[in-house]
Design a protein around this ligand. Sequence first.
Ligand code: TRP
Length: 454
Amino acid sequence: MSTGTMKKSHSQWSSRMGFMLAAAGSAVGLGNIWKFPYMAGQMGGSAFVLTYLLFMFIIGMPILVLEWLIGRRGQKNPIHTMEDVAVSEGHSKSWRWVGIIGVLGSFLILSFYSVIGGWATDYIVLAAKGTFEGVNGKTTALIFDNFKADVGSLLTWHTVFMFATAFIVALGVGAGLERGCKLMMPGLGILLLVLVGYAIYASGHAFYKACDFLFTPNWSALNGTAILAALGHAFFSLSLGMGIMMAYGSYLGKDVDLLSTARTVVILDVVVAVLSGIAIFPLVFANGLEPAAGPGLIFVTLPIAFGNMIGGTVLGILFFIFLTFAALTSSISLLEPTVELLEEKTHMGRKTATIVISILIWALGIACILSFNKWADVKFFDKNIFDSLDYLTSKIMLPITGLGTVIFGAYMMKQKRIQEELNLTNFWFKIWRVLTSIVIPIAIVAILVFGLQH
Ligand code: TRP
């Protein structure tokens, strides 16, 4: 997002708005609309959903605040920010490893993120061609399976998406995208509401079944795998643990209230995810589809809605445009840290750095594409390449950097100053202390140890 304009802007309101938009643009993406529903389906519904909601507020939100706070102190890229803030608090430079793992992680995430962004882009074209008119669950599954087997078109759309990401990052993010974002995000919200409306109207009894599946506590489905998945997804969904929010924090003015801004971003992020779930699962149940279908879930369900509702073709086109756009505002935030690093460490220009990194990410994305077809049997620890990349980043790297951030914030920084910066009364500061120094670190370690054994 256009962080550059934020730096120059002196007016309080516009700087807070610009910042919120950048943070929300990074947070709201494929994670909410594509990943959250399919994970909920795979993990047995409500147990995962409720755990994720809990983690978003008690773990995600404090770490989000800490990343912004540290970023605002450091005023640099995440690696140097960690280094500088650690040194100024009298600690070792080695804290920069939190930033380094973050940069590496964003590189890995983008390689599969771009492939899925490509799916969303291709679905714009499919919707425009009228492919979905009158479809049912069987036909949409067939369309998706054919698409997944077609290496040529997966590669084409992954290339298009990666190119668009690189193009925006190379130019520096212009006002166009920021303005576009202001239009697209509310558009996406409205369309999600339309889809929820359609799901209520068209799926009859299946709507209640879906709500039951998503929200009625079913703790028996809760196991180490689901808890770790919920934790990892809370980080993924808020763009935490990759230094991205830290980088955005470095453009923040002293006057911005971190807590209330974090609350708004978390609520927005959660609402988009939950709405996507409510739009998708009634269709899953009404059409006899498999909730645990995996990464293809939204691509086999939502076309049924577009194929059968009035004005569905136009709404389908718009929806996939908005989805692609939401994905782009996240993918640029995933490319930026690595580009910034290469630019600073090698004296390459911004454009060259962007091209080099994008080609590497694009190439890794090809391996990910092949894991959906030709290389489906290439497995690491029983997981194909796509699943392995996702597992390594969401379930290992993000929680570990999150843990590093919270330990740094709770034990390495002077607490009095944090209390002043966050404007907390003594009562709320006690709660903050208990959360950041005890609850969150213990929870992350326990979940990692417990979850990785499964
Ligand atoms: N949060 C984004 C989403 O939900 C994805 C994303 C962007 C991300 N930047 C990130 C995930 C940094 C982890 C870390 O789609």
